[in-house]
Design a binder for this molecule. Structure first.
Ligand code: AMP
Ligand code: MN
Ligand code: MN
Ligand code: MN
Length: 276
C-alpha cells in the first residue's frame, strides 16, 4: 500500500521545517500522499504545492482548525480544501485572532509561576507573523532548562490544570466543519484519543461531530496506542465515519513518528481516501 500521511505541520504554523523542506523530506521518506495541515492557516500551501510539482508525491491541501467542544479544545483537520474560499479564510482569521491575546495571558500565568519574559521568549520561536502557539512557549521553556523536551513542558506547564494553561474559546465544532465544507473539503476529527473525556464524553463529541456533518476521524496517530487504533476504528464504524491516518509531524526531533512512519489502518476500516 502506498504511504499516506494526512496530518503535518510547517513553519506556516508551529512546524520546524519550511513547506518545501517538509515536502522534500516526505519524498525522501517515500510518502506518496501528504496533507499539509497547519494550525488555523493555509499560508504554507502554495509553497508546498510548488515543491511537490514534478515529484512522485501528491500534496493534499489541508488545515487543522482549533475548536471547542464543551470545555475541551479539539482539532478538526480539513482535507482537500480550497484555500481561496472566503468563508474558510474568514473563519481562520477569526480563530487566529484570539491567539496573541491568549499568548499574553499564558505569559502572565507563567510569570506568576516564576517564569518571567515568556512572551518575548516564545516570540523568538515564532515563524509566521500570523500565529503564536503553545509549541513556541514549549520550545522557549526547553531552552530555559525548565524541562528536557517539549513533551515534558506540556505535561508540567501547558496543559489543563497546569500553571501556564489558560482556557480559550475557539470555533464551535459546527463552525469548523462548516468552514471546511464551504471550502469543498472533508472534515476529520484529529487525534480523538488525546482528549480528556470519559467514554460517554467521547460518544457525545462523536455525535456532535457527526451531526455537524463531520466525515472522518483519525484512527492512526502517534497520539494513539495500538489498542486505540482498534478502538477508534470501532467508533468510526458505529458513527458512520471514515478512518484517517496522520503522523502530526512537526519536525526533526519532535514527536514520536517521522513522515512515512505510519502503520496501516486496522483491517475493515474504510479509509477517508477510499473515494479519492
Ligand atoms: P495551540 O494550538 O497553540 O494550543 O498549541 C497546540 C499544539 O501544541 C499542538 O498542535 C501540538 O503541536 C502541541 N501540543 C499539544 N499538546 C502537546 C503535548 N502533550 N505534547 C507535545 N506537544 C503538544
Ligand atoms: Mn502543533
Ligand atoms: Mn492537533
Ligand atoms: Mn497537528
Amino acid at each position: 500500500m502506498p504511504s499516506i500521511d494526512l496530518h503535518s505541520h510547517s513553519t506556516a504554523s508551529d512546524g520546524l521545517l519550511t513547506p518545501s523542506a517538509l515536502v522534500a523530506r516526505a519524498v525522501a521518506q517515500g510518502v506518496a500522499v501528504l496533507a499539509l495541515t497547519d494550525h488555523d492557516d493555509t499560508g504554507g500551501l502554495a509553497e508546498a504545492m510548488a515543491a511537490a510539482t514534478g515529484t512522485p508525491l501528491t500534496l493534499v491541501a489541508g488545515a487543522e482548525l482549533s475548536a471547542t467542544y464543551e470545555t475541551h479544545t479539539i482539532h478538526v483537520v480539513g482535507l482537500h480544501i480550497d484555500p481561496t474560499n472566503e468563508a474558510l479564510q474568514q473563519g481562520l482569521r477569526t480563530i487566529r485572532e484570539g491567539r496573541d491575546r491568549r499568548a499574553h495571558r499564558i505569559a502572565a500565568a507563567l510569570a506568576e509561576a516564576g517564569i518571567p519574559d515568556a512572551y518575548a521568549g516564545a516570540r523568538k520561536y515564532v515563524t509566521s507573523e500570523r500565529l503564536i502557539s503553545r509549541s513556541h512557549f514549549a520550545r522557549y521553556l526547553v531552552e530555559q532548562g525548565r524541562a528536557k523536551n517539549t513533551r515534558e513542558v506540556f505535561k508540567r506547564y501547558l496543559t489543563a490544570g497546569k500553571p501556564g494553561y489558560v482556557a480559550h474559546a475557539w470555533a464551535s465544532v459546527p463552525q469548523a466543519v462548516g468552514w471546511i465544507h464551504a471550502a469543498g473539503g472533508q472534515a476529520v476529527l484529529a487525534h480523538p484519543g488525546r482528549y480528556a473525556v470519559t467514554a460517554t464524553g467521547m460518544r457525545g463529541l462523536l455525535a456532535e461531530f457527526r451531526d455537524a456533518g463531520g466525515d472522518a476521524i483519525e484512527v492512526v496517530s502517534p497520539s494513539h496506542t495500538a489498542a486505540q487504533y482498534e478502538e477508534y476504528a470501532g467508533y468510526a464504524r458505529v458513527f458512520g465515519l471514515l478512518a484517517s491516518a496522520g503522523s502530526d509531524y512537526h519536525g526533526p526531533g519532535e514527536g514520536a513518528l517521522d513522515l512515512g512512519g505510519l502503520p496501516p489502518l486496522p483491517a475493515g476500516a474504510t479509509a477517508v481516501w477510499s473515494a479519492w
